[in-house]
Design a protein around this ligand. Structure first.
Ligand SMILES: [Fe+2]
Ligand SMILES: [Fe+2]
Ligand SMILES: [Fe+2]
Length: 417
């Protein structure tokens, strides 16, 4: 691996929001649309390029703190004064990721009405303005119905006009009214391909150069998002990450590759962000339908990481953990020849962690049972026998490592509450 990897900014931010938008079909393309409307408003308002970039990036991830169907229903309402928890959570997440931390306040206030008394509390005029443009773009996007947009635009315009001075800065609404006269504006905001082209162009010279530490930070950023969604998944991923990294080390991998394997472990269930939290955290037995929804998660892990070329290996190690050597796994139905050692390691680490950790409905299994299940999976053609052998030869050490890491993770979470 080169010392620095290039990650296009556009790909990074939309890989993050894309997966959050998957939770609800009604929100498909929500972030993309809001980012684009913000971009058009900022252009109309002649905001300088630096602020415009910050605004568009913040808009492209503004709802990453929104996780449940309830959150989503709330944020779909036009007037939702009280509903800013997801905004606060989103700001917290972003604040912990150095590449995006400066956007946290814009995200934090994106549901604050213009005439709200607290607006003075923001302290910065710049943040106040940018977050209100985002609020306006967000509300416009909620009113947009992709079917026959030109017939509906007058309705949208009058709804926004009703809230002049109350929800929105009057100058921003003025700019929106100018834009709204152009059919081109309306046709553009429902055209996903066009939006992608224009925004990619806007970010063209903004590639990020990320080293291994930066990549790790990115991995942790993603896993914090998972953590907020489902703390059980985050804890599980911690165990998988350490087990997989240690197995890779025992296979003779270099320190750098081992680190990458650890990052892949944190991300292996990233696609669970696309699964409604009500299903992920359901205490009882899952229905057949719910289980089939859960099974789609590695498909989303793959496609979320797919947009970032620099993450190609990590993506494959992470996303193929439910594939089987005999081709009977899911969702890609890959077989032996397609599964690299890294992907095989992840599958073994995932099964090992799942069996040994405590689950809400059962205690973690003991060595004898774990190994007997895993060996029968080897005989059935599911997983790699040589890796299970390595695991068996180092069982107590790996299990201790996994258990301690998961315990620490548990304690860290308790301290946060
Ligand atoms: Fe929101
Ligand atoms: Fe939104
Ligand atoms: Fe999984």
């Amino acid at each position: 691996m080169e010392d620095k990897m290039i990650i296009p900014l556009y790909d990074l931010i939309f890989s993050i929001s894309g997966v959050v938008d998957m939770v609800d079909f009604k929100l498909k393309d929500h972030h993309e649309k809001v980012a684009y409307i913000s971009y058009r408003l900022a252009t109309e308002l002649e905001i300088d390029t630096k602020d415009k970039k910050d605004l568009v990036i913040a808009a492209a991830i503004h709802d990453i703190g929104s996780f449940s169907r309830k959150d989503n229903l709330e944020r779909l309402k036009f007037d939702n004064y009280e509903n800013s928890n997801h905004a606060k959570r989103g700001a917290y997440l972003v604040n912990n990721f150095s590449l995006l931390a400066k956007l946290a306040p814009i995200i934090s206030y994106h549901h604050l009405d213009w005439n709200c008394g607290d607006r003075q509390m923001i302290g910065s005029n710049r943040i106040s303005l940018l977050s209100n443009i985002l609020q306006l773009a967000d509300r416009i996007s909620l009113l947009v119905d992709n079917d026959n947009i030109l017939a509906n635009r007058d309705k949208i315009v009058s709804r926004i006009k009703e809230a002049i001075g109350r929800k929105f800065n009057p100058d921003f609404v003025e700019s929106f009214l100018t834009l709204s006269k152009r059919e081109e504006f309306w046709l553009s905001i429902i055209n996903s391909k066009l939006i992608e082209k224009e925004l990619k162009h806007f970010f063209v010279q903004n590639d990020l150069k990320v080293d291994l530490a930066g990549l790790e930070e990115l991995g942790q950023f993603y896993s914090k998002i998972i953590d907020f969604r489902s703390s059980f998944t985050a804890n599980h991923s911690k165990g998988v990450a350490l087990t997989a990294a240690h197995l890779a080390k025992l296979c003779g991998w270099s320190d750098k590759e081992v680190k990458k394997m650890e990052i892949a472990g944190y991300l292996h269930d990233l696609g669970k962000l696309a699964i409604p939290v009500e299903i992920l955290d359901k205490p009882g037995k899952l229905t057949k339908e719910e289980f089939s929804i859960i099974k789609s998660h590695t498909f989303y892990t793959y496609h979320t990481l797919d947009s970032i070329e620099a993450l190609k290996e990590i993506k494959e190690w992470a996303a193929f953990h439910h594939e089987r050597l005999d081709g009977k796994g899911y969702p890609f139905r890959l077989s032996e020849g397609d599964l690299s050692l890294g992907s095989r390691i992840m599958a073994v680490a995932d099964i090992f962690t799942a069996l040994t950790e405590d689950r809400p409905y059962r205690k973690g299994m003991k060595r004898k049972k774990v190994l007997s299940i895993m060996k029968s999976m080897v005989s059935n053609g599911a997983i790699d026998g040589s890796l299970v052998e390595i695991l068996e030869n180092n069982y107590s050490f790996i299990d201790k490592l996994r258990k301690e890491a998961q315990k620490l993770e548990e304690e860290r979470k308790k301290m946060l509450v």
